[in-house]
Design a protein around this ligand. Sequence first.
Ligand code: NOJ
Length: 630
Amino acid sequence: MFNQNSTIGDMLKNPVGNDVITTITEQVGIPKAFIYNPLSKSLQLSHLMSMAKGAIDDTFIDMLCDKMNQYDGIQLSESSHMKKTWWKEAVAYQIYPRSFKDSNGDGVGDLGGIIEKLDYLQDLGINLLWLSPIYDSPNDDNGYDIRDYYQIMSEFGTMEQFDQLLDQAHSRGIKLIMDLVINHTSDEHEWFEAAKEDESSPYHKYYMWKKGVEGTYPNNWVSFFSGPAWNYYPNIESYALHLFSKKQMDLNWEHEPMRQDLYKMIRFWLDKGIDGFRLDVINFISKEDGLPQGSDLVCSIMGQCGAEHYFFGPKLHTYLHEMNQETFSKYDVVTVGETPGIGVQLSEMLTHEDRQELDMIFNFEHLEQIGKSRKDDYRYDANHLKNVFIKWQTKYNQQCWNSVFYDNHDNPRMLTKIDPTGRYRSYAAKMLAMLQMTLKGTPFIYQGQELGLVNGVFETLDDYRDVESINLYHELKEKGEEEDAIMKTLFASTRDHARIPIPWNQEAGNGFTSGEPWIKAQIKDTSITAESETADDRSVYHFYRKLIELRKEDMDLVYGDFEAVHEKRKNYFGYYRHGDSSTYFIDMNLSEESIRAYEPSHQYDLLMSNYPTESTMLRPYECRMFKVER
Ligand code: NOJ
């Protein structure tokens, strides 16, 4: 059992301890060798407390020990035999329906639009679609605030259209997964409507309530979308928890009838024949008993007071396993958990095939550099991408599976992070494509990535639609920050970059809509469209298409072993994928300076490259893919 006398060495053997130490040392820049030396390993937690001179207190250490104790003695089996399944072999594509294609001229993308573009998706070669939420919602957070899990949002269409979409996708060999938002519902969900009226309502216990303390909030927890994480309901003199917007009310997973209602809903969709789910912020569903005050240390390091009480709550595994047994395990489906803020070892606890919880996760470590957050305006260094990928490719248990992604509806484009000026747009986009399609893990392409889309142009506050950005604006304004600085933060961080409608062509409305688009912003270079990209053989689109084809054809690219070369060489990323019948070698320049290439051996054939001519050097963002059959 962990206590204040436990040592760093003990911690390193525990998944929570290992992830915490890895995260802290990486953030602070302490070399690994320092932590793994015998002297450091013999340090006790109590020594750390005195060394930290009060910054780490008893409560924090006790909380950490509790969390580590949950995993004490759990050993994950490790074998080199990897089970083969369709979802490991799939190439996935995320659609943010609001911004994909509008079919009825109301300026909002919809199901009809997705149906129209199924041929486009089939031509691209993807075979798994993830739809961001399409359920009935008041759209405070664009559908991540669900009012009715059994209805389609009227702006998006009807249930008949959904059935048609599913059918038509399946007939093209494309599987479809839905977004499952079950950490919270909209405050307009009928459960919450009843819950807030009356404490004796059977639905009251479906949510997380707490009484105020001395006339104010029950604790110091804050919302991800600015301000305290609590709404007050005077009629029942209680506060309800919302980790996200004021209209996204956290569900109480402790309450079994609530869980059963969710499982029933999940089975409803699975019975329709969908192929699985992406589970929204799923590592937040279990909260610490009594919802205690957040530690000052976490508040100051993360700015997210209270997070330690729900990031990986005490019953997370119990709930996930139960949900798996009651629902997913009865169908041939895939589950992908969105799990912000967790490291390799805790992810293994969620995805190891013996544990029957989730199939894979989205981890976000590669999206921001160490010590930075999305809200910082900084120049991203692609070497970080390489370091994180190498870590996950080599350390992750072989009986766990992962996803590989860069973009989604919550982040600015990776392409712009890597090449902010846009000078090397198509080279960098192709390099990212080759990297994504040749790593181990199911690739998830986010809409527009295949066109090499970049961040958009946002000038005034009016251009933004994202509830997070708008709340952030007001929060910073209240804190007295300068307008210019606020607008910089908004521009760096806004999720709207990825929510700009897909430019299908250069006609009015960009072929996205015949009406007024729900969001005005566009990318600067309006000549980049699906029409222009599909018409040009040398485009980013065709590069993706070819890579997708290669990945689907050769299982060695899916299951082959990963081996990096010259790991320490700055700006260089080279690796093998050793499969049953062939080996691939990827040679890549992560920067805009030319660097020396690493030729694996003359027997290797060059399959693809993003430059038309040969060179002994790797030019800016050059990537090459070689193959040798054995
Ligand atoms: C993660 C989703 O991806 C994001 O868009 C949403 O705002 C939050 N979860 C809350 O549901």
